[in-house]
Design a protein around this ligand. Structure first.
Ligand code: XIL
Length: 297
């Protein structure tokens, strides 16, 4: 196959990228994005601060710009993200307790009502754990330890058809406290019937040539709990070809690994631009890592 999306589709998977609305006027960028990828995540435009800048006033203009750009080109869209300690609007940052709990519920209801039937999967909760596997302290965590399951139950009720994901970084190494913390939460949710369909592993890799320990075991272990897994925000310091090939192969080896998304198009578009972590260079040329991924798919 000649594109990442088409190659991934051969095994029933997708290959996606994050897109920024501010770059949609750049034709080099849009040409690559529309040609190579078949799943789109809004890099920032569907986060809480973007969608509800004032309490009770939703603004879907940038989110819809991404959504429309993608779907007009036949690309699917992942939703990112409904509840997160970061990128909250100012009014939400200053809330706590039952008022924040209520605001979280209203935010989820408002966003899912707008995108109902349009978006296949949402990152319902993002980055809720510390590196040691305990819960990250935040204003959301301060509303009570059940805030995550309340977010998932709210989302299921608002849109019974949409897939509900938990998303985090540094949950790739199986022998890591955070991985185990998230794993135990998913296992608990499954045992108690809390609705959850998928786990997103952000997969922001740094340096070296080998993958985090037992990466594929992590994917298969989550999958064995009865959830899909996806690599949701992939970037790799200096685009190590062995790491890119390895993470692609690991996903392909796990039947419930449903797709891979890189966190941007060209190195110059990346939030880690100085690390040159993506599959296209600043001029839009395919890098060696592109070929290593394509060959692995
Ligand atoms: C990043 C964006 O890429 C930046 O443009 C923004 O300034 C900060 O957020 N984990 C996530 C993503 O879940 O939403 C983050 O995206 C990167 C880390």
């Amino acid at each position: 196959e000649s594109t990442l999306g088409a190659a991934a589709a051969q095994s029933g998977r997708y290959f996606g990228t994050a897109i920024a609305a501010s770059r949609l006027s750049n034709s080099t960028y849009t040409t690559i994005a529309a040609r190579e990828f078949n799943m789109i995540t809004a890099e920032n435009e569907m986060k809480p601060d973007a969608l509800q800048p004032n309490r009770g006033q939703f603004n879907f203009s940038s989110g819809d710009q991404i959504y429309n750009w993608a779907t007009q080109r036949g690309l699917q869209v992942r939703g990112h993200t409904l509840a997160w300690h970061a990128q909250q609007p100012g009014w939400m940052q200053s809330l706590n307790g039952s008022a924040l709990r209520q605001a979280m519920i209203e935010h989820i209801n408002g966003v899912l009502a707008h995108y109902k039937g349009k978006i296949g999967a949402w990152d319902v909760v993002n980055e809720a754990f510390n590196e040691d596997g305990s819960r990250r302290s935040s204003n959301l965590q301060g509303t009570g330890n059940d805030w995550i399951e309340v977010a998932f139950r709210t989302a299921r009720a608002a849109d019974p058809a949409v897939k509900l994901c938990y998303n985090d970084y540094n949950i790739e190494n199986w022998s890591y406290g955070k991985t185990q913390g998230v794993y135990n939460m998913i296992r608990d949710f499954k045992s108690r019937g809390v609705p959850i369909d998928c786990v997103g592993l952000q997969t922001h890799f740094t340096g070296g040539s080998s993958l985090p320990g037992n990466f594929q075991t992590t994917l298969s272990s989550f999958a064995a709990l009865g959830v899909d897994v996806a690599l949701t925000e992939v970037d790799v310091t200096n685009s190590s070809t062995t790491q890119y090939a390895g993470l692609t192969q690991a996903c392909l080896n796990v039947p419930r690994c449903i797709g891979i998304t890189v966190w941007g198009v060209r190195d110059s578009d990346s939030w880690r631009a100085s690390e040159n972590p993506l599959l296209f260079d600043g001029n839009g040329n395919k890098k060696a890592a592109y070929t290593s991924v394509l060959n692995a798919l």
